[in-house]
Design a protein around this ligand. Structure first.
Ligand code: NAD
Length: 500
């Protein structure tokens, strides 16, 4: 019998009432393992009502008291790390060490949020004018919502709700319908940590639930992470409804390998960053750009045997598995179709993982590591985000040609350069139009106390996620100008106040 998952509203598990469900597959076997309820507008509204009832009391807590909830939440994540990682791997398919990393990178944002009393402190000017003091304070938006993707079912929900909650908001999380079990567990843990019921609600669903969140008049802020077309849609509908919205979209991350780079290091970095989590990461490197024919030949020679010897399997096969299956059969078909298109458009498929299969797991969404050489700018495998274990190599003849590729690509999430030359690295960091840059670092995901966000079609909105930007996004600034009677002058003043 397949498990029927629930929503988590007002501190309780609530059965789906819409009659609509999404199948949750075991990606390693293709079998349906659970059913995810898909909320209708009335169920979303129930979560909003619950948040509305709980939020004013929560916002009235002093910031230290909310920070202590976050502190206990961190402890509970550590206590349940193995349980969370197992549930995550079971639905997502990533390896257990990678699933622990997924939880850990969310936990680190919760840790950062423990500093909320400091981060929420306002500004104060004594004597801004005669007898006048001026101060600003940060107040919560009220109710915020988060819509999150399948590929980091622990980390990204926590990037959203931890800062929102500690700022005094209530939150409605709409996680991916492909792997919602960990988000539901996070809802339970936040309750156990001491957040009042209704402060963190988890509503499962698809477009219908997302639209209800985007149109709900009581929701003031929406944070989204997912593919670029949906990011654009969520941003335009949410902002048209007057909400504060930040949306993080897709990616096509290049790694430029200069002739002076340590090629062993560069090859290892490419393997980990292109094939880890089967390439289903928005910060995966999917394009290698060696500069010069000699660099390219040497790099391909180092990469090919490494790609051929990748260990692929279900997460249950042990910690030496490099990556697991893709999330769904549709994702598998899409990635395979793109690889076929690369071959048809004339790229050289140096390592072909399309026919990978494993005894006992024939129904799974596995695909072997693929390595392309001689890829050009016009090919679909270069233009599109593949989101699979596929590394494409575009040969560049000069540094200018290499940086030009990354500058011209429509996505701007992450990028890396491998070089020993400080001048080149410095020039690259300064000129590149991409949000997160690695210098001899393949996946430059900023730590919790910095902010995460891309440029170009990888972001819609202004502020980044986590770090200080998250505290700006989930609060409104109010500025008070105060003068007490002793400083008040006689008579009305009809011109705009200015300071002499
Ligand atoms: P997705 O866009 O399919 O789904 C994301 C969320 O949107 C899910 O909660 C889903 O239920 C919802 N959704 C899907 N279709 C919708 C529709 N038509 N209307 C309203 N809501 C809809 O993305 P995904 O496949 O879950 O995740 C992979 C994508 O996320 C990749 O493109 C990846 O690059 C991107 N991603 C970006 C970042 C980042 O920070 N930039 C991080 C992780 C993932």
């Amino acid at each position: 019998m397949t498990t029927e998952l629930t929503h988590f509203i007002g501190g309780e598990h609530v059965k789906g009432a819409s009659g609509r469900f999404a199948d949750i597959y075991n990606p390693a076997t293709g079998e349906v393992q659970a059913k995810c309820p898909l909320a209708n507008a009335a169920e979303v509204r129930a979560a909003v009502e619950s948040a509305r009832a709980a939020q004013p009391g929560w916002a009235a807590w002093n910031p230290q008291r909310r920070a202590r909830v976050m502190m206990r939440f961190v402890g509970l994540l550590q206590r349940d790390m193995d349980k969370l990682a197992e549930a995550l791997s079971r639905e997502h398919g990533k390896t257990l060490p990678d699933a622990r990393g997924d939880v850990q990178r969310g936990l680190e944002v919760a840790e950062f949020c423990i500093g909320a009393p400091h981060l929420l402190k306002g500004e104060y000017t004594e004597g801004a004018g005669p007898g006048i003091d001026m101060y600003s304070m940060r107040q919560p938006i009220g109710i915020a919502a988060g819509i999150t993707p399948f590929n980091f079912p622990a980390m990204i929900p926590m990037w959203k709700f931890c800062p929102a909650l500690v700022c005094g908001n209530a939150f409605i999380l709409k996680p991916s319908e492909r792997d919602p079990s960990v988000p539901l567990m996070l809802g339970e843990l936040m309750l156990e940590a001491g957040a009042p019921p209704g402060i963190l609600n988890v509503v499962n669903g698809d477009k219908e639930a997302v639209d209800a969140l985007l149109d709900d008049p009581d929701i003031g802020a929406i944070g989204f992470v997912g593919s670029t077309p949906i990011a654009r849609y969520v941003y335009s509908r949410g902002t048209a409804n007057g909400k504060r919205v930040q949306c993080f979209g897709g990616a096509k991350n290049h790694m430029i390998v200069m002739p002076d780079a340590d090629l062993e290091q560069a090859a290892d970095a490419l393997i980990g960053s292109a094939y880890g989590a089967a390439g289903e990461r928005c910060m995966a490197i999917s394009v290698a750009v060696p500069v010069g024919e000699a660099t390219a030949d040497a790099l391909i020679e180092k990469l090919a045997p490494r790609v051929e010897s990748l260990k692929i399997g279900p997460y249950t096969a042990g910690d030496d598995v490099d990556f697991g299956p893709l999330i769904t059969a549709e994702a598998h078909a899409r990635v395979k179709g793109l690889i076929d298109s690369g071959v048809a458009q004339g790229a050289t498929l140096v390592v072909d993982g399309r026919d990978f299969s494993m005894q006992g797991y024939e129904g799974g969404n596995f695909i072997g590591g693929c390595l392309f050489d001689n890829v050009t700018k016009d090919m679909e495998i270069y233009r599109q985000e593949i989101f699979g274990p596929v590394l494409t190599t575009v040969r560049a003849q000069s540094y200018e040609e290499a940086i030009g590729l990354a500058l011209d690509h429509e996505y701007g999430n992450g990028v890396a350069i491998y070089t020993r030359d400080g001048d080149t690295a410095r020039d690259f960091a300064s000129r590149i139009n991409i949000g997160m840059v690695g210098i001899n670092v393949p996946i430059p995901v900023p730590l919790a106390y910095h902010t995460f966000g891309g440029w170009k079609k990888s972001i819609f909105g202004d502020l980044n996620q986590h770090g200080p930007d998250a505290f700006r996004f989930y609060t409104r600034t109010k500025t008070i100008t105060a003068r007490w009677p002793s400083g008040v002058k006689e008579g009305a003043d009809f011109s705009i106040p200015v300071m002499e």
